[in-house]
Design a binder for this molecule. Structure first.
Ligand code: PLP
Length: 387
C-alpha cells in the first residue's frame, strides 16, 4: 500500500533565524519606489578596467577549477598588498586563502576552530551572520555591547566576558553598522588583553579601504601579537564596488590556515577562476584601492552636509560606507517602525540599528548607506529634508 508523499519534518539548526531586515526593507523599498539607502551596496558600476580583466581571463580559457586555496597569482598579490600596507609578511602558499566573500570566510573560520561548548565573544551591534555561524558550530555566543552612544570597545566588559571556555573573539573595524574605526591604541589594548591566552581573533576588515579624515585602518595583521592569533578577513566586493561577485580573502598563520583549508576544501572547495585572475591583474595597480578613501569621503561629506539641513542628527562616520542618524528630534517610534515609516511615507529606506543586537536595543538610531550616485543621495536628502 502506498502512502501519500511525505516531506520529513526538520528540527531547525537555527530556529530563531527568519528573513533578515535587509531583505524586508529592500523589498519594501522596491514596492514603494523608495530610495534604498538600507542594504549596503553601491548603485554605481565598477571600474570598466576590472570587467575587462575578468572577461579577458574568461576569453583566455581560464575557466576550470583553480587550486583549492585560490589561484597562486592572486594569493601572491594579496600577500604583497598586506606586506606593503600593514607590514606583515604572509606566505602566499601557506597563509593566504581566497574565499567566496567574507561571509564564507567568517563561517569557515568559525567552523574550523569552534567546538561544541566553546564560547565566542561578539561585540554588539554586529553583522548578522556572526551569531548564527557560532550556533551552527555548536558554540555559545557571548555578547558584549560596544559603549552605547560612542560605540567604542569597552575593554573592562570584554575582559569580564573572557573565560576558560573562550575560543575566539570577533572584531570588526571599520565597523558596520556604527561606522567607527578602531584606533591603534584600541587594537593594542585588545592585543594586551589576549596576550597569554589561547583566544583566537577573527578580524573582519571588509571595509579596510574605507577610512576617512586621514585616519588609518589598523589591521590586526599590523600588530604581531594579534596577527599570530588572527584570521584576517577582507572582501573585494566592498573594495571594488562588486558586492555580487563574492570573492574575499583570509590571511592567517600557517597552522590556522591549514585548519581553515580543511573546512574550506569540503565547503566551497574553490572560488571561481576568471574573477580571481581578473582581480590579480587589476590589483597590479594599487591606485583604485588607495584612492577609495577620497572617493567615499567626498560622498560622505556631500551626504552629511545635506543631513545637516534635516532634523536627523548625523553621528560620526569614521569609516565604512554607512552613516548613522539619531532621529529622536523627529519621532519616538521604535527603530524598526521608524524605518518602515521612513520607507513607506518619506521614500527613503534605512536599517534600524536594533537589527544588529540580539534582543533588539532601542537607541533611536537608523543606518543609511551612502555608497550611491550623487543623484541618488540628492534625491534622498530632498525627501529627508521634509521630515
Ligand atoms: C561587517 C561585514 N562583514 C562581512 C560582510 C560580507 O561580505 P561579503 O559580501 O564579502 O560576503 C559584510 C557585508 O555587508 C559586512 O558588512
Amino acid at each position: 500500500m502506498h502512502t501519500a508523499p511525505h516531506t520529513p519534518h526538520l528540527a531547525s539548526r537555527l530556529p530563531t533565524v527568519g528573513t533578515t531586515i535587509f531583505t524586508v526593507m529592500s523589498a519594501l523599498a522596491a514596492e514603494r519606489g523608495a530610495v534604498n539607502l538600507g542594504q549596503g551596496f553601491p548603485d554605481f558600476d565598477c571600474d570598466p578596467a576590472l570587467l575587462d580583466q575578468v572577461t579577458g581571463a574568461m576569453r583566455e580559457g581560464l575557466n576550470q577549477y583553480p587550486p583549492m586555496a585560490g589561484v597562486p597569482v592572486l594569493r601572491r598579490v594579496v600577500a604583497d598588498k598586506i606586506a606593503r600596507l600593514y607590514g606583515h609578511a604572509y606566505d602566499a602558499e601557506t597563509e593566504i586563502t581566497i574565499t567566496a566573500g567574507a561571509t564564507q570566510a567568517i563561517l569557515t573560520a568559525i567552523l574550523c576552530c569552534v567546538h561544541p561548548g566553546d564560547e565566542v565573544i561578539v561585540l554588539e551591534p554586529c553583522y548578522d551572520s556572526y551569531a548564527p555561524n557560532i550556533e551552527l558550530a555548536g558554540g555559545t555566543v557571548v555578547r558584549v555591547p560596544l559603549t552605547p552612544g560612542s560605540f567604542r570597545p569597552d575593554f573592562a566588559k570584554i575582559a569580564a566576558a573572557l573565560s576558560p571556555k573562550t575560543r575566539a573573539i570577533l572584531v570588526n573595524s571599520p565597523h558596520n553598522p556604527s561606522a567607527t574605526v578602531w584606533t591603534r591604541a584600541e587594537m593594542l589594548q585588545l592585543d594586551a588583553l589576549l596576550s597569554g591566552t589561547e583566544v583566537l581573533l577573527i578580524s573582519d576588515e571588509v571595509y579596510e579601504h574605507m577610512v576617512y579624515d586621514g585616519v588609518p585602518h589598523v589591521s590586526a595583521s599590523s600588530i604581531p601579537g594579534l596577527a599570530a592569533r588572527a584570521f584576517v578577513v577582507s572582501s573585494f566586493g566592498k573594495t571594488f564596488h562588486v558586492t555580487g561577485w563574492k570573492v574575499g580573502t583570509v590571511a592567517a598563520p600557517a597552522p590556522l590556515t591549514a585548519e581553515f583549508r580543511k573546512v574550506h576544501q569540503f565547503n566551497v572547495f574553490t572560488v571561481n577562476t576568471p574573477v580571481q585572475h581578473g582581480l590579480a591583474r587589476y590589483l597590479a595597480d594599487p591606485a583604485p584601492y588607495l584612492e577609495l578613501p577620497a572617493f567615499y569621503q567626498r560622498k560622505r561629506d556631500l551626504f552629511r552636509t545635506g543631513l545637516a539641513a534635516t532634523r536627523l542628527r548625523a553621528l560620526p562616520s569614521e569609516g565604512t560606507y554607512f552613516q548613522t542618524v539619531d532621529y529622536s528630534a523627529v519621532s519616538s517610534l521604535p527603530e524598526a517602525d521608524f524605518c518602515r515609516w521612513l520607507t513607506t511615507e518619506i521614500g527613503v529606506a534605512a536599517i534600524p540599528l536594533s537589527a544588529f543586537y540580539e534582543g533588539g536595543f532601542e537607541q533611536g538610531i537608523a543606518r543609511l548607506c551612502f555608497a550611491k550616485k550623487d543623484e541618488t543621495l540628492q534625491t534622498a536628502l530632498q525627501r529627508l529634508a521634509k521630515i
